[in-house]
Each structure stands twice: as C-alpha cells, then as structure tokens.
Write a protein that binds this ligand. Structure first.
Ligand code: BDR
Ligand code: CA
Length: 316
C-alpha cells in the first residue's frame, strides 16, 4: 500500500523537482493533495507554479489548493533573488489548463487529517510551515491523523542561507515552525547540512538532460537557472536540491542518516530570528522532537532521481 502524503510547498525550482519525484512514484506515494503557501514568491505565484508542475507531470487526479498568503505574524519575505520573479524561472511553461480546488488549503489539511485513520498521513513540508501550523491552531485534533511530518528546514552546522543564522523556510515564519516543532508528532528535518550535499554537478546535470523527456528537460532548465545563484554565492559546482530530499527520504530512507535530537526555533531575537537551535551534541536535557538528518548518499540520491524522472513519457 502506498504511503498517503500531502505536499505543502512554495515552488521554487527545487520544490518543483520534489513534486515531480513524488508524482513519479505512485507505488510508494499516494499524493492526496498539493497545497501552496507563500514563500519563495507570493501565493498567487506559488499556486500557479503548483498548477504548472502538476500539468507538466500529466497527472490530472491530484487536487491542488491555495493556502495562506502570508506568515502567521509577520510580513512575507520572498526569495526572487534565488528563484527569479516567477519562482520557476528557467523553462517556458505554457499557461496551465488545470484549476485549483475552491477549498482553502488549510481546511483541506484539517478535513483530510480528521477523516484519516490514526497515524496514516505523512505531511511533506517544502516551504514555510504556515499552512501546517494554521491547521494545528484551527484543529489541534489533526495530530491524530498524522503519521509524521517530513520538512525541509533549518540548519545547524551550515547555520543560515537567508541570514547568518537562519534557513529560509524557518526564517519566513518562525512562529509557524515553532508551533510545528512543538506539536508532538514524529518529525524528520532535512536541514541545509543535508541538502548542501546533493549538488547537481555537471555530470549529474548531463544525466538528467539525457533522459530526454519534457519533465526532465524542465528540471534541467530550472536547475540551470537556480544554480547561478549558488555558483556565485558559494562557489559550488551546481545547485543543491533541497526539497527533493524530503521525498527521497520517504522513498529510500536508507540513503540518509541523522540523530534524534531536540530542535527549538528562535522567535524573539531580531538578530537570530528563525534560527533552528539543534542540540546535536545533546548538551541539554531537552526532549528530542525531531530526527535531524545530517548525511546522504549523494550518488544514491541522484540514481533514484534519474530513475524516477526517466518514467515520464518521451515527447510525441
Ligand atoms: C529552502 O528555501 C527555498 O528557497 C527552497 O525552495 C527550500 O525549500 C532552502 O532554504
Ligand atoms: Ca521550498
């Protein structure tokens, strides 16, 4: 039986690759719905981008929703400097013919989890945690339906990418992240420490492009756009695929390793807002609340990604 998942996302090129990876894996993952949140770009863009990616995938059966247009307490911070003004700069996407559901994304999450068997739905969170936190505030009883939350967010050894001390997804809505981290369900975090190990190097890019189908072509174009930022900023040999780590973890957990530790979110300090304070060395008595992933088999990850992207049909 495939694992039931909800994807909560702010596409973003790496979100798009994560969605394509999930939608190419129906034996393992049943995608109950995809919910957009404001993050990399504002909500009208992220929800349009969800529609673009789902249309590219050829899947007409996956419902899509728009969630929250801004963080719980703060004005929205976006990342067009990384992802471009559309959030999905790179390929040309035709205007999608599909449509969002009318229901609000937070209500979809609440309704789905309240109707679910106990511990049966996995939440995959690829952007700021606003929608999930709002769902927890609206109906705390949803925790019963959650199997676990797997989220891209935070950093410890790599510290920050949007400020010296904070990773983007947590920084944008630290109150939401703090709400989620305290909710008591099992949580897996894919922090920058992990995602900075999966770089699309030139040979990996070639392998993706060689697949020859429209989905893989779009992935190549998206990564080619987003990598210029990482090359200039970090001097790296390619772009990191942050969000696909969440989906790859569900498909092949044996590629990953980490530690069960306590992770708290800084919400008060203007200097370190959104810092994920990870007790990696277990120097406090604070109870572990997350599996904090630290290492990944990068070649295994790319072999999985190429195999799954290769499932999309060739043109014509
Ligand atoms: C995270 O921020 C976004 O820019 C990416 O999509 C990813 O989810 C990395 O910090
Ligand atoms: Ca994202």
């Amino acid at each position: 039986m495939p694992r039931k998942i909800i994807i909560d996302t702010d596409p973003g090129q790496d979100d798009a690759v994560a969605i394509l990876l999930a939608l190419a894996s129906p034996e393992e993952l049943e995608v109950l719905g995809i919910v957009a949140v404001a993050g990399n770009v504002p909500l009208p863009r992220t929800s349009l981008n969800v529609r673009r990616i789902v249309e590219l995938s050829g899947r007409t059966d996956v419902p899509m929703y728009a969630g929250c247009p801004r963080p719980m307490l703060r004005p929205l911070v976006t990342a067009e400097h990384v992802h471009g003004p559309t959030g999905l700069d790179g390929p040309h996407f035709p205007y999608p013919q599909n449509a969002l559901q009318d229901q609000h994304g937070v209500d979809f999450i609440v309704e789905t989890l309240m109707a679910a068997e106990p511990s049966s739905v996995t939440l995959c969170v690829l952007g700021p945690m606003t929608n999930v936190a709002m769902a927890l505030v609206k109906e705390p009883g949803i925790v019963r339906g959650i199997e676990r939350i797997v989220a891209m967010g935070g950093a410890y050894f790599e510290v920050g990418n949007i400020t010296p001390s904070a990773e983007f997804n947590i920084y944008v809505d630290p109150e939401a992240a703090a709400t989620v981290m305290a909710c008591g369900v099992p949580i897996v975090l894919a922090p920058l420490d992990l995602t900075h190990q999966v770089l699309v190097t030139p040979p990996r890019m070639e392998a993706i492009r060689a697949l020859g189908n429209p989905a893989a072509h779009a992935v190549g174009e998206m990564v080619a756009f987003s990598e210029r930022f990482d090359r200039e900023k970090y001097g790296w040999d390619g772009a990191p695929l942050h969000d696909p780590c969440v989906i790859a973890y569900l498909l092949k957990p044996e590629l990953f390793s980490g530690r069960e530790i306590n992770v708290e979110i800084e919400t008060m300090s203007p200097l370190t807002r959104g810092m994920s304070v990870a007790d990696w060395w277990r120097v406090t008595e604070r109870k572990p609340n997350a599996l904090f992933l630290r290492d990944v088999d990068g070649d295994g990850f790319f072999a999985l990604l190429c195999e799954r992207l290769g499932r999309y049909p060739l043109p014509g």
